[in-house]
Design a protein around this ligand. Structure first.
Ligand code: FES
Length: 105
């Protein structure tokens, strides 16, 4: 039976690292919440190139650099921008309501 997706509160806006990336764990999922210049976005936390947690990487407000091999991703769209990253990040729809970040998972 397929799991039904729904909106889930994953963080409070006040608890996010301002202008940075915040790790959260929801069930079995490790997520990365980006507080970027274009707003909040969420991806799965693991790099698509290898076993690295993107929350340990460098976030410049638009792009997240993987801490392991410096692959680069667009934190809003997930697009891989620089090798060795080639596969886009899996992004998660999100929204902010009443000071809370909700993810469609
Ligand atoms: S593990 Fe992220 S670029 Fe290699």
């Amino acid at each position: 039976m397929a799991r039904v997706k729904a909106w889930h509160v994953v963080a409070k806006v006040d608890d996010l690292e301002k202008g940075d990336v915040t790790p959260v764990v929801v069930g079995q999922r490790e997520l990365a919440i980006y507080d970027g210049v274009d707003g909040i976005s969420i991806s799965y936390g693991r790099c698509t190139h290898g076993a690295a947690n993107l929350c340990d990487g460098y976030f410049d407000g638009r792009r997240i650099e993987c801490p392991l091999h410096q692959g680069l991703f667009d934190a809003l769209t997930g697009k891989a921008l620089a090798a060795p990253a080639r596969v886009a990040l899996r992004m998660i729809d999100c929204k902010v309501e009443d000071g809370q970040v909700l993810a469609w998972i």
